[in-house]
Design a protein. Structure first.
Length: 100
């Protein structure tokens, strides 16, 4: 496997209200997990797998190998820690952070 070539032209179309879900998979952020098309099951996305301890107070997440940012830098657990420890509590970044 080789790294693709960066750059070029990205073309897509959103024809109206019925196409609003097209925006996220083509240009939105990618979460660790995603919903199945019927919204009944949580599926892997950036996370390859995950598990919890008996009382669900601790999660272990295995990230997919070789995932990179758009600039080619590797995506690692440190990126998640930066989000949780530095961005979530920052009121300048999240004026109204999630309650979790």
């Amino acid at each position: 496997m080789t790294v693709g070539r960066f750059g070029g032209t990205f073309r897509t179309v959103v024809r109206g209200d019925a196409d609003h879900n097209q925006i996220l998979p083509t240009s939105g952020n990618m979460g660790l997990t995603r919903w199945s098309p019927d919204f009944q099951t949580i599926l892997p996305n950036v996370a390859e797998s995950w598990s919890t301890n008996a009382d669900s107070s601790e999660y272990t997440v295995k990230l997919r190998a070789k995932v990179k940012w758009s600039d080619g830098a590797p995506f690692t657990a440190d990126d998640i820690l930066f989000f949780v420890n530095d961005l979530l509590p920052n009121r300048e970044f999240f004026a109204s952070p999630p309650t979790q």
